[in-house]
Design a protein around this ligand. Structure first.
Ligand SMILES: [Mn+2]
Length: 640
């Protein structure tokens, strides 16, 4: 019973049997499935040593309030039971009203059936969007431009400071705004067999999220997901402490159909919070979303259709960018990027390789991706469980996306991005909260899945070697049980584009200057592009990363963080640029060829010059290409 987190407080809402008329026999979209959150906190304990773990059913019906405790006073219990009875009576009454509303709705639907056809009817969301006001700020995904006075500007600044997202602007935009559908026409015109698609539960975990971004996410799902496909939305509050996320949120949520709120009673982190949500899911497919997203119409159908075709597919939407400041929605209309990683094990985006482009028959086919960004994806609930859900030894967030990516591919599944499914995500100005366990999580992923290739990671990320990553025996057992492929197989079959470092003895690491021994070669990429900057000198820090280079047997000087870059000197230049390396199989341009000589000099045959350390007029250290001068200490270098 310890596969899930220890215990938590859950607002589980009504017990399963409470909602009358939920199991109607006609169509799925008419089931009310309403879940009310109780004002009395119902805390669910789960698998602690102290408290006997309840069965899932009793958890679902659970009223075992933590406040009550085991030795709560009997009078208080009776009083609470009475209160519970009153609430049941009241909600039954309101349900009766709702049934009438539903009947009205059914009649109205019957009337429009002839007009829009059965397909149009089946694709209807649970809630329609309110009438559009095209002049409203941010409508249709446009940038919201506000004229602010000094006081408002101050508030805006405070909001950005607090949330790393301009929530002042977000608050001014409708929670129901529309997003212009600029997807490929093939995607827009695609027809789906709604009655055959699997259903889904949308799981959204959050921690201290801003009000309007969270609520806009929820409304966006409710208003752009066909009701017949959406079983429920499960919100997991991962122990937020902001006031508006308490009773105000409960009240708001209680008025929405098919939305449930669960609260953890300590900070669990994204991984375990999501898993708590998954245990309550009733849909065939789990769709994980971040808590500041907006769905584009037609977002869910391609994901569910793909999982219906192949249940071992983990599939991601195209993640569009919502500007953190203006809330402009940038739809990626050309070919989407796919996921990869560098050898520090940081996630990286890159373009679709030629092989994959040729494999696909149409541009609306899903695209295979070596890794996923992690925030947004759909997976069959049964397959997710078979695959071992998440590594619950992972804290907060970060690294879990690579772990799941490796696991899916190595254990026989497939990870894909569907070009017809688009969801916008607000990328904050900076990470809103620290993730101290990022490295620890990544080490767990490396230890379980990467076999001897983990050495390349440890070399480029030396602090990782010191991480205490805890017990991974269960994950290793899982790998054995599922008879998963090796990391070598993964690199060759799934990610052949990734350059595997040669790491020849003595030819990789930091490159220290003999002339200015405190300094090492360093590459600091410009902010928005990996290339465009020059090789420079910086105090040796021994932390790998931007001071880690590899001299390959082909004669390149490679920098393998973010993306594979090769040192290059163009004709007539004395600076050393960093450019994208040619593919391993391609010829190397002469401008990228280097010779590390026995005397410690780094010689560039094309220019007939050597890398030279020097001090500028202001005393700053730097490097440039100069005529080779045997015995010049400033031209001598050592890998370490
Ligand atoms: Mn996010």
């Amino acid at each position: 019973m310890r596969k899930n987190p220890k215990y938590y407080c859950g607002k589980t809402g009504k017990a399963q049997g409470d909602h009358r008329g939920a199991q109607r026999s006609d169509t799925r979209d008419t089931s009310t499935n309403r879940h009310v959150t109780y004002p009395e906190e119902a805390c669910v304990y789960w698998g602690t040593e102290k408290v006997k773990a309840p069965s899932l059913l009793s958890v679902m019906r659970g009223r075992c309030s933590r406040k009550l405790g085991v030795l709560a006073k009997a009078t208080f219990l009776l009083w609470l039971l009475w209160l519970g009875y009153l609430f049941l009576a009241r909600s039954s009454f309101s349900d009766a009203g709702e049934d009438e509303e539903e009947e009205e709705e059914m009649k109205a639907r019957q009337l429009v059936l002839d007009e829009i056809g059965i397909e149009g009817l089946l694709s209807r969301p649970l809630y329609p969007k309110p009438p559009v006001d095209s002049n409203a700020p941010g409508e249709w995904g446009r940038a919201a431009v506000l004229n602010l006075n000094e006081e408002e500007k101050k508030q805006e600044q405070d909001a950005v400071e607090r949330y790393a997202i301009n929530t002042f602007v977000s608050d001014k935009i409708s929670l129901h705004r529309r997003i212009q559908d600029n997807r490929m026409s093939e995607c827009q015109n695609k027809k789906y067999d709604y009655r055959r698609l699997p259903t889904t539960t949308v799981i959204i975990a959050f921690y201290n999220e801003a009000w309007s971004t969270l609520l806009r996410t929820i409304h966006s799902v409710l208003e752009s997901t066909p009701a017949i496909l959406l079983k429920d939305i499960i919100l997991i509050d991962d122990y937020s402490d902001r006031d508006y996320l308490k009773s105000k949120l409960e009240d708001y949520i209680s008025k929405l159909r098919r939305v449930r709120l669960i609260r953890t009673n300590k900070r669990e982190g994204l991984v375990r919070a999501r898993l708590i949500g998954a245990t309550y899911a009733t849909g065939d497919v789990l769709t994980f979303l971040d808590c500041h997203c907006e769905c584009v119409p037609g977002w869910i159908e391609p994901l569910l259709e793909r999982i219906g075709e192949n249940a071992s597919t983990v599939i991601c939407p195209v993640i569009d960018t919502i500007d953190w400041n203006t809330f402009e929605f940038y739809m990626q209309t050309d070919e989407p990027m796919i996921g990869g990683f560098d050898w520090r094990l940081t996630f990286q985006w890159h373009s679709v390789p030629e092989v994959e482009r040729k494999r696909r028959k149409s541009r609306t086919d899903p695209i295979r991706s070596p890794t996923m960004a992690g925030g947004l994806f759909a997976v069959s609930k049964a397959y997710f469980e078979y695959l071992g859900t998440y590594d619950t030894g992972m804290e907060v967030w970060g690294g879990e996306n690579l772990e799941l990516s490796f696991r899916v591919w190595q254990c026989g599944g497939s990870l894909e991005i569907h070009p017809c499914s688009h969801v916008g995500h607000v990328f904050p100005k900076k990470a809103p909260y620290a993730r101290p366990n990022f490295l620890q999580n990544t080490v767990r992923a490396a230890e379980v899945w990467m076999d001897s290739y983990k050495q390349h990671f440890y070399k480029r990320n030396p602090p990782a070697q010191k991480e205490n990553y805890g017990d991974i025996s269960h994950r290793l057992l899982l790998r054995e049980k599922l008879k998963c492929n090796s990391f070598d197989w993964y690199l060759k079959k799934i990610y052949p584009e990734l350059h595997v470092p040669e790491d020849r003895e003595g030819w990789h690491g930091a490159v220290r200057s003999s002339g200015i021994p405190s300094e090492c070669l360093d590459y600091n990429a410009p902010e928005h592009s990996p290339t465009g900057s020059h090789l420079s000198l910086f105090g040796c820090h021994g932390q790998g990363g931007n001071q880690y280079f590899e001299h390959t047997s082909h004669g390149e000087i490679r920098f393998n963080s973010v993306t594979e870059l090769c040192a290059e000197v163009l004709e007539g230049h004395i600076s050393i640029g960093m450019k994208h390396c040619p593919h391993d199989r391609e010829d190397k341009p002469r401008a990228m060829l280097w010779d590390f000589k026995n005397d410690g000099s780094i010689y560039h045959p094309l220019s007939d010059m050597c890398i030279t350390a020097f001090r500028t007029g202001e005393g700053r250290t730097d490097v440039q290409m100069r005529r080779c001068n045997p015995g010049d200490k400033n031209q001598q270098w050592k890998f370490e």
